[in-house]
Ligand binder design. Structure first.
Ligand code: HPA
Length: 247
């Protein structure tokens, strides 16, 4: 079964026919909210709002381990994570959609592994390719079917938040090779990999990253105005993805 983790701007899936909601408890604590089970075009899907259904959980306080554990425990095999990002690369303008292929992790202090030693053991996963190639390809194919432009590849920089970055921080991320910046990509991707889930991110460029917008600062109302229509396009890509068997 395919799971969709919704980020900022996507706390509900309008095209999801809900069959039930389930509060799942995990050894890692409480997920961000109840899992919403349902179907899109007759195909089973489970949805989870990463920041909670009322967007009450900031990026550094999301219980990523509980979210990933809960989805895995419910028989999910594939996860598409929707993530709002700031665009660093010049073609990543507000409204662009992209499936990143690499990650640089700048977060700190987040519970980032299931292998915490002791009874949980110690394991070092291969994370050379942080995203599931099959699911990335399925997202790209679904976008083609939906008639939406979805850019293939890019380096996602995961920052701590909740504040946005300084212009100098964005310059540094660019020098490091980052194309886009968001606050929730890690440790989510690594945890999915640890537990054996096929995981891909569908990033929605909400704004030009700090210092890249021609001198103006970043306004939350501008971000909301970009995300609203962009999430409609994300929903139509997801509908095609689900109909294709979810990767
Ligand atoms: N920086 C970090 N996270 C974000 C941004 C940004 O500019 N836009 C949306 N999420």
């Amino acid at each position: 079964m395919l799971a969709i983790i919704g980020g900022s701007g996507l706390t509900q899936l309008a095209n999801l026919e809900v069959s039930r909601r389930e509060v799942v408890r995990t050894p890692c604590g409480e997920p961000s909210g109840a899992l919403t089970f349902g179907s899109i075009a007759g195909c089973a899907v489970v949805f989870l709002a990463r920041h909670g259904y009322g967007h009450t959980i900031p990026p550094h306080q999301v219980n990523y381990r509980a979210n990933i554990w809960a989805l895995h425990a419910q028989g999910v095999s594939n996860v598409v994570a929707i993530a709002a990002v700031g665009g660093i690369r010049s073609d990543l303008a507000p409204g662009a959609l992209v499936v990143p292929d690499q990650i640089i992790d700048y977060t700190h202090g987040r519970a980032g592994t299931f292998f915490t030693g002791g009874d949980s053991g110690v394991r070092h996963i291969d994370f050379t390719l942080p995203y599931c190639q099959t699911l990335r390809a399925a997202c790209l194919a679904a976008a083609r079917q939906a008639g939406e432009t979805l850019l293939d590849g890019g380096v996602y920089a995961a920052t701590q938040g909740p504040r946005l970055e300084t212009a100098a921080e964005i310059d540094r991320l660019e020098r490091d090779g980052a194309d886009m910046v968001g606050m929730t990509g890690m440790p989510e991707a690594a945890l999915a990999s640890e537990i054996g889930l096929c995981y891909a991110t569908l990033a929605v460029v909400a704004n030009r990253a700090a210092g890249r917008g021609g001198g103006a600062g970043i306004s939350m109302s501008d971000i909301a105005a970009v995300l609203e229509p962009a999430m409609g396009r994300v929903r139509s890509i997801l509908a095609k993805l689900v109909a294709s068997g979810g990767g």
